[in-house]
Design a protein around this ligand. Structure first.
Ligand code: ADP
Ligand code: MG
Length: 389
């Protein structure tokens, strides 16, 4: 069944009525630009053709009810009670419900306005924890729906900021704004070139369709066991590096500055810094290359990004390296791990029609190495959050 069908079915079972609106928002893949977000740098994500669907019916009172195919229970609150729940008393609601209710709260906080309540039911095609940002998808679907319900008239970057605030403060996850921007601003066959300092976002043509290319996601199913510690560690190294170099953030360090950085920093901090500085440049180079030479020419940048994360930032794992190497041997134009590291997924840019061949090669290599079977599937760059019915 489609996610829309599931959302409608769940709505009817949960609330005993039919929904009057359907909304959806996509997950995302980051094409290039890893760990650059918290260094005030650049990222290049795109929205994908896996969506979270929201079935909704406005209410005439101030109640908000949320249901999800992930959860057994409906969570039921009053709009004017959200300020008591978030952020301090968030334990009062189930963890998953903090994502949508946190967005409702953040929009009310931001605008000082609220409106009638609503009944909401979610179903999703975005796999959780595969690095495709199911969290941004549920947030963006909620944000666009509530913006319309309350006649807030907010632009999409503002909805992204409110969604991020929900994830940071209502859920308590310290994430950047990339995922929400991608889910809200995505367009078909396009990526979002995002400056994480100014939050300027530009939609850039990927041209995969015209060039006969596809993007394959290779989820290693390795869970991010060290991700919390490792992430904090890398962030600290970046802050240390920026401080020693006398800049506000590593965004302000150029490739030409690296020679001086090597003299000032210990070897490990230097390599962490070098990843960020070269990765920022690779994002800019990818945008330029897409425009000047087309998508086939970005392969070496994807490959260099992987090498930098493996050797300088040291956030890869053997499963990610194997997926990347095998994809390349099976004909991929370029491949890299994506996401925070220590597990999760890699991506490969491939010729259209070769997804099965590459997927089989990766699965075989994992079996030979004794690794858990990976989940390998193609994604296409798709439109952002929208009303579907
Ligand atoms: P991801 O990389 O998939 O974004 P996160 O840990 O950031 O992983 O977010 C996943 C969490 O988001 C889930 O554990 C759940 O709490 C919430 N979530 C995402 N999609 C849904 C959904 N359709 N229904 C309920 N909760 C969801
Ligand atoms: Mg997430």
């Amino acid at each position: 069944m489609t996610a829309a069908g599931e959302a409608v079915g769940l709505f009817e079972r949960s609330y005993g009525a039919e929904p009057t609106q359907l909304w959806s928002a996509p997950g995302r893949v980051n094409l290039i630009g890893e760990h650059t977000d918290y260094n005030d740098g650049f990222v290049l994500p795109f929205a994908i053709d896996f969506r979270t669907v929201l079935a909704l019916r406005p209410r005439s009172d101030g109640r908000i009810r949320v249901a999800s195919t992930f959860a057994d229970d409906v969570v039921d609150v009053e709009v004017n009670e959200l300020g008591d729940i978030f952020p301090g008393d968030r334990d009062r609601v189930a963890e998953w419900a903090r994502y949508p209710l946190g967005v409702v709260w953040a929009l009310a906080e931001l605008t000082g306005k609220t409106g009638h309540g609503a009944d909401l039911a979610f179903a999703s095609e975005v796999p959780v924890g595969a690095g495709l940002s199911s969290s941004a998808a549920i947030e963006a679907a909620t944000a666009t729906a509530i913006d319309a319900l309350w006649n807030l008239g907010l632009d999409r970057p503002t909805l992204a900021r409110a969604s991020r605030r929900a994830e940071n403060e209502a859920v308590g996850a310290p994430t950047g704004i990339m995922d929400q921007m991608a889910s809200l601003l995505g367009e078909a066959d396009s990526a979002i070139f995002l400056d994480c300092r100014s939050l300027d976002a530009e939609v850039v043509d990927l041209g995969f369709d015209g060039a006969g290319l596809e993007l394959l996601v290779m989820d290693t199913r390795v869970s991010h066991a060290h991700s919390t510690g490792g992430y904090g560690d890398r962030r600290a190294a970046c802050e240390r590096g920026a401080k020693a170099l006398g800049v506000r953030a590593l965004r302000d360090v150029t490739i030409a500055d690296l020679e001086r950085a090597r003299e000032l920093l210990d070897d490990e901090t230097f390599r962490r810094v070098r990843h960020i500085v070269t990765e920022n440049q690779r994002v800019i180079d990818t945008v330029d290359t897409l425009a000047m030479a087309g998508p086939r020419a970005i392969g070496p940048l994807l490959d260099a990004s992987h090498a930098s994360m493996r050797d300088d930032f040291e956030i890869s794992v053997p499963e990610l390296d194997l997926a990347v190497e095998t994809a390349r041997e099976a004909g991929a134009i370029g491949a890299r791990m994506t996401g925070g590291g220590f597990g999760g997924a890699a991506i490969a840019l491939i010729e259209r029609g070769t997804a099965d061949t590459v997927a089989r090669a990766v699965s075989r290599a994992f079996a030979d190495a004794g690794y858990v079977a990976p989940s390998v599937f193609p994604v296409t760059a798709a439109g952002g959050a929208r009303r579907d019915g």
